[in-house]
Design a protein. Structure first.
Lengths: 267, 249
């Protein structure tokens, strides 16, 4: 007797449109979390360091040169630079662009503050990305090399900012970057479950706003110092120094120094 | 203000693949109408504004009191429930369109099975089925009940998913409703037996990490679920589960 073949169970019709969760599959969770974390450490930590270091420009070209010299005399500084700045920054930027262009902006229909912040995080991220590419290229990898010539740092930036267009770009990028970082901290706390409650998120929002504003104002102050406070800075305020050796700063003002208040004692 | 008619423009399509057309209607004014009663009025006399006979508009609805979750649609461009959208409070002409992120079945009716599939993926249930009486479940402290009750109000209307910028066919994000239900059942003393499986499911592609915290879900939710709080809490739990799995499995 021929056995009847049982009818195959009807195949589930594939859904159209947005697909269901791929439960437990793929690695996007890991990449998203690395992206989120890398924005706080090391990139955010570096941004704070960078803005604090730049704040030394308010003490003049020599003080700034000494700060640059100090940073470049850190042990394994080139390794630190690649491992904690360039590589995480490149990952955060490229994966961030990938994330940004996967969203479907809807502020035209739902013009809510948090929805605008969602858009702002993507816009400021793209601005910061474009700015940082040119900034790293023009200030770190082309022109006079600052790790070997820390004394030339102030002048190099001053020449850059003598172009009013470049000055505008720096001001816009300073605002965009600190905005992105401040809201990024807030987002980190919200998404990692540090501030789940509505009140906690609101309070932490004030903290992040104050922090971002402080960073932004410090950054803008250093732009002010480079462009207006110490005009015509000498090309190099420190004598040539072998890499990795911290010579004492000169005790007399270098030639053409415009800042006689600062003869250059070791601080 | 004596208003004689209600102007409505409805985006319609007869089949899932047919191009959409907009039909205009003018309905005699009655006070206190909502969108579902308006659509019922059109069904009584399906004639468009130019006098041309047409078909009644297809749409999902059931309870008519914002508790079944079926009548979500775009009303004047925004996702909301048709039953609780009062005509007297809407700008005219009123535009009606199907939810934009779900495949259209016909007219204003869309296929929202993706939510059901997602709820199944995170096992959004309490596993108590068996061949014998399992007896009474564990006691649930009132503090837990109070946290769970708002989450249990979800009506699966999918508005949180419709308004989410991350819910689209590129990310295939799971959406706030499913994450909130996973939290609801993780907090159930009996349902928590599946907690780890739910947390692992939510770490898959399209999982909780795709949330961009635009918070549109919590703004738009007709039942005021604490969706962002649920996403935040579950974000922490999913992460901790991943770390535990990394070191302990």
């Amino acid at each position: 007797m021929a056995t009847a073949v049982p009818p195959a169970p009807p195949a589930a019709k594939p859904l159209r449109g947005v697909q269901p969760l791929r439960a437990g599959q793929g690695n996007s969770f890991l990449w998203h979390k690395l992206h989120s974390l890398s924005g706080i450490v090391p990139i955010g930590a570096f941004l704070v360091e960078h803005i604090i270091s730049n704040f030394e420009t308010l003490n003049g070209p020599l003080a700034y040169a000494q700060q640059v010299k100090f940073l470049n005399s850190l042990p394994l500084v080139r390794v630190l630079e690649w491992a904690f700045i360039f590589i995480p920054l490149a990952f955060h930027a490229l994966y961030g662009l990938f994330i940004a262009f996967r969203g479907r902006v809807s502020v035209n229909v739902y013009p809510w503050a948090s929805n605008w912040m969602y858009v702002s995080q993507r816009i400021t991220g793209v601005i910061a990305f474009l700015y940082i590419v040119q900034h790293v290229w023009r200030q770190r990898f082309s022109g006079i090399s600052l790790p070997e010539n820390p004394g030339a740092a102030f002048h190099k930036v001053q020449v850059e900012l003598s172009n009013p267009w470049m000055l505008a770009i720096y001001v816009i990028a300073m605002i965009a970057t600190t905005w992105h970082f401040a809201y990024g901290i807030w987002l980190f706390a919200a998404k990692w479950g540090i501030t789940p409650g509505e009140k906690a998120r609101k309070k932490f929002g004030y903290v992040c706003t104050a922090f971002g504003l402080a960073l932004c104002l410090m950054g803008l102050a250093s732009i002010y110092a480079v462009v207006w406070k110490y005009p015509n800075a000498p090309e190099n305020v420190m004598p040539a120094q072998p890499a990795g050796i911290d010579l004492p700063a000169p005790s007399v003002p270098p030639p053409n120094s415009t800042n006689p208040d600062q003869p250059g004692e070791v601080r | 203000m004596a208003q004689s008619t209600i102007k409505v423009e409805i985006k319609r399509q007869p089949t899932p693949d047919a191009p959409s057309v907009t039909e205009k209607f003018e309905i005699p004014y009655r006070p206190g109408m909502n969108i579902t009663s308006l659509l019922g009025e059109i069904a009584l006399n399906p004639v468009d504004v130019s006098g041309r006979a047409t078909t009644p508009v297809t749409y999902d609805s059931n309870c008519l009191e914002e508790i079944c979750g079926s009548c979500a649609m775009l009303i004047n461009g925004k996702a909301r429930m048709a039953c609780s959208a009062l005509v007297d409070k809407l700008d005219q002409p009123i535009t009606l369109a199907p939810l934009s992120k779900f495949p259209v079945v016909r007219d204003l009716a869309v296929d929202r099975s993706v939510l059901f599939e997602n709820l199944k993926k995170v096992k959004a249930w309490v596993p108590i089925d068996g061949s014998y009486d399992l007896g009474a479940g564990p006691r649930q402290a009132p503090q837990i009940q109070e946290q769970r009750y708002p989450l249990s109000n979800c009506i699966s209307c999918t508005i949180c998913m419709e308004v989410c910028p991350q819910f689209n066919d590129v990310t295939n994000f799971v959406g706030a409703a499913t994450i909130a239900q996973a939290k609801l059942f993780n907090m159930d003393p009996s349902g928590s037996v599946l907690k780890e499986e739910r947390l692992r499911a939510l770490a898959g592609d399209g999982g909780i990490q795709e949330c961009g915290f635009a918070q549109n879900c919590v703004q738009a939710c007709p039942k005021q679920l604490p969706l962002t709080e649920a996403i935040s809490d579950m974000g922490r739990d999913v992460f901790i589960q991943q770390v535990k799995d990394l070191f302990a499995r």
